[in-house]
Design a protein around this ligand. Structure first.
Ligand SMILES: NC(=O)c1ccc[n+]([C@@H]2O[C@H](COP(=O)([O-])OP(=O)(O)OC[C@H]3O[C@@H](n4cnc5c(N)ncnc54)[C@H](O)[C@@H]3O)[C@@H](O)[C@H]2O)c1
Length: 334
């Protein structure tokens, strides 16, 4: 919460933080104390109802998102919800139904990579068509380490979830099936964690995507993505700010963590959300995108369990939710 509040008060233009809350009220109070004009409120519901609150940021734990997003929709206030929209598909569907019943696009999901300038450059290249149709993508999501509570299916729900969203966005299509392969485990992973793993995803038109998820690889936080098309490929650059040459070697800096790698993307994400709230026109990843990501993650979890290919079960996309590519414009952040 503290990082989001800092970003909204110090970096983003056009927003004022007037109220904060947390189940840990002391934490909310200590954050509010550092923000002139902000107060701590006892519950999320009280915050959402407050007359001077025009928009809501939900950055609590995933299973608590549904309650607050539904309350914001009921209050007809725009809501930015950190990923996941909700960890359960049924909860996502309840949010879709409530938003459609309100007849307004009120929900944006925190898929921050869509605001990263390198991913946006990839998207513009692919949409420009000079490389021809995309056929494959190779992605990697490497973390130096993970906290003790990172267990079970979290390589999918916490980590690969970002690739699930970005692949849907880059290909402008849904993911229809998934399989998860389990390489030999690193000795650095806890006994109950399969690390690394490889997620294979099928795109609706038959293209294939592989994602290496490796969360105990100590050299740094390294995000890779290359899309292979009929006439060439486009890939994320190394993104290093400086290059070091010493003793016969050339080296780039690898970020330590996601905060460093995606710092500017988080700034742009919040700025564009605030701008969209002011303009009354939602632009970012929608609740449909949040629902689709959870549905694909569910298929990946089942595939991790069974080793088999698992089809993604999804509702037909309602007309209310435009195709993914029509939202999150890629003009900004160049
Ligand atoms: N987009 C990204 O790159 C990204 C990165 C990190 C975290 N996240 C997401 O942000 C969310 C928060 O993650 P975090 O790492 O900041 O967690 P965190 O534990 O640091 O902070 C979550 C806060 O929510 C509070 N909270 C829990 N239940 C609550 C409730 N019912 N009502 C009010 N407050 C409640 C906790 O007390 C805590 O202060 C998660 O959904 C996570 O997946 C997204």
């Amino acid at each position: 919460m503290r990082g989001d509040v800092r970003r909204l008060t110090r970096t983003v233009a056009g927003a004022q933080v007037v109220a904060v809350t947390d189940v840990d009220l002391d934490r909310a109070r200590s954050v509010a104390e550092g923000v002139p004009g902000a107060r701590a409120l006892p519950t999320g519901q009280a915050l959402i109802r407050a007359d001077d609150v025009d928009g809501v940021v939900v950055a609590s734990w995933g299973p608590t998102h549904e309650e607050y997003v539904l309350a914001a929709i009921e209050a007809r206030k725009p809501v930015f919800c950190e990923k996941p929209l909700a960890p359960e598909v049924d909860a996502c569907l309840r949010i879709l139904d409530a938003e459609m019943a309100s007849s307004r696009h009120l929900v944006q999901v925190g898929f921050n990579r869509r605001y990263d300038s390198a991913y946006r450059a990839m998207k513009r290249t692919l949409d420009g068509g000079s490389l021809g149709p995309p056929l494959m993508a190779h992605c990697a999501h490497r973390n130096p380490s993970v906290p003790p509570h990172y267990v079970g299916g979290m390589p999918i729900t916490d980590t690969a979830i970002h690739e699930i969203d970005i692949v849907r966005w880059l290909f402008d299509q849904e993911i229809t099936g998934a399989q998860v392969l389990k390489p030999r485990k690193t000795s650095r992973a806890k006994a109950d964690l399969q690390d690394p793993l490889i997620v294979l995803m099928e795109i609706a038109d038959g293209a294939l995507v592989d994602v290496e998820v490796f969360v105990n690889l100590p050299y740094g936080y390294d995000i890779r993505c290359e899309v292979v098309c009929e006439l060439g490929t486009v890939a994320l650059g190394d993104g290093s700010l400086v290059v070091l040459r010493k003793d016969g070697f050339r080296s780039d800096h690898v970020p330590d963590n996601f905060q460093e790698r995606f710092e500017r993307a988080y700034d742009t994400e919040f700025q564009e959300w605030v701008d969209s709230v002011v303009a009354g026109q939602a632009t970012g990843p929608s609740s449909w995108d949040g629902y689709a990501a959870t549905a694909v993650a569910d298929a990946c979890l089942a595939a991790l369990d069974s080793g088999a290919r698992v089809p993604v079960q999804m509702r037909q996309r309602p007309a209310f939710y435009a195709p993914a590519g029509l939202r999150t414009p890629v003009g900004a952040g160049r």
